[in-house]
Design a protein around this ligand. Structure first.
Ligand code: ATP
Ligand code: FE
Length: 334
């Protein structure tokens, strides 16, 4: 089965062609980085306009890079939600219209399901059930994944997402957008113990997260340093902040795996490309005798291949959409 997948939930327009659930023939992503960079964050109206311009060229590029054409496509999978509704509507409506014209089935995929399953785009597959930490720009949640279409949310952030905290701290330090990659690069040269930023463990046993207190603590620290008129030790701030985020993410994931008696742990979402998160998670899961599966950074951040993969399983489970199916901005999984 040949699948054309479309992802447009946020600021990147993605299209991919897959042969079956896991063989990627092409995976194209068109970034709107330059458009939003000068505003220090995503401007939803601009994002929708850019998707409209990009969608058809990106789909054509995905088809031609895969050496195929629409005649050979058996299924169209597109992100239905969650995300910026204006952005979602462009990709999802395009997919439904194309499916209608070509008389092929269309599935509407939850973006979170894509992040939860993206590890299957790698050769080495985890076994079900597994505990997944999805840590991205808009979400930080723990799930128990029972099979490719059954996900139980067992923990979530009560305020900011981890990626959002990275982006806000980067903005405070005037490092540009998105903040995660810049902070993790600078953190390499910093001392993670330079500042004792708080870790929000919440109530004992909680699998929820909270990052707004940490963000405020970084803001206060930066103000204090600025008042002293000393040069900001930016790498130390980045390393100490990153360590505070990563430590909580790792410990809560291990806690969840123990609680649900799962010896397999999976990461997904943009923040999962953070090298410190990957190394500490590897260290801790090794010590607990758990198996860890992490997608390549390319599959952690938004991409259409993961939507094609999740869409294949939805189709197998009998879920297709009709032209009047709506996109949604909040995920029923969350
Ligand atoms: P969601 O999936 O919740 O809708 P999104 O699709 O915007 O959000 P992703 O593309 O999955 O998010 O991830 C983007 C986020 O990942 C940004 O917040 C970015 O700062 C963060 N990120 C990317 N690389 C790194 C890194 N190396 N370290 C930390 N964070 C990172
Ligand atoms: Fe995402």
């Amino acid at each position: 089965m040949r699948i054309l997948a479309i992802e447009s939930s946020c600021d990147d327009t993605g299209a991919a062609v897959l042969d079956g659930p896991e063989q990627i023939l092409s995976n194209i992503i068109s970034s709107q980085f330059d458009v939003h960079a000068r505003y220090g964050g995503i401007v939803p109206e601009l994002a929708s306009r850019c998707h409209i311009e990009a969608i058809w060229p990106v789909v054509q590029e995905a088809l031609s890079a895969a050496g195929t054409s629409l005649d050979e496509i058996d299924l169209i999978a597109a992100t239905r939600g969650p995300g910026l509704v204006g952005s979602l509507l462009v990709g999802f409506t395009f997919a439904k219209a194309l499916a209608l014209v070509r008389q092929i089935p269309c599935v509407g995929v939850d973006h979170m399901a894509g992040h939860l399953l993206s590890v299957f785009l790698e050769d080495n597959h985890p076994r079900f059930p597994y505990i997944a930490l999805v840590v991205s720009g808009g979400n930080t949640s723990l799930f128990k994944v029972d099979n490719p279409t059954r996900f139980q949310r067992i923990g979530r952030t009560r305020d900011d997402a981890a990626g959002e905290a990275f982006d806000k701290v980067a903005k405070l330090l005037e490092l540009g957008y998105p903040g995660g990659p810049v902070i993790s690069d600078l953190a390499r040269d910093g001392d993670p113990t330079a500042f004792a930023f708080p870790r929000a463990w919440l109530d004992e046993d909680s699998l929820d997260f909270s990052f707004s207190g940490l963000k405020t603590s970084v803001v206060n620290q930066v103000h204090r340093l600025k008042q002293k008129e000393v040069p900001l030790p930016v790498p130390d701030i980045c390393a100490s902040f990153q360590e505070a985020v990563v430590e909580v993410l790792v410990e809560k994931t291990i806690r969840a795996a123990k609680r649900y008696d799962c010896s397999t742990v999976v990461l997904g979402g943009g923040v999962a490309s953070n090298p410190r998160l990957r190394s500490l998670m590897a260290e801790r899961s090794d010590r607990e005798d758990m198996k860890l599966f992490v997608p390549a950074p390319l599959f952690c951040t938004d991409n259409a291949a993961m939507i094609g993969l999740a869409g294949y399983h939805l189709f197998q489970a009998g879920h297709t959409v009709t032209p009047d199916t709506d996109a949604y901005s909040r995920s029923p999984l969350m």
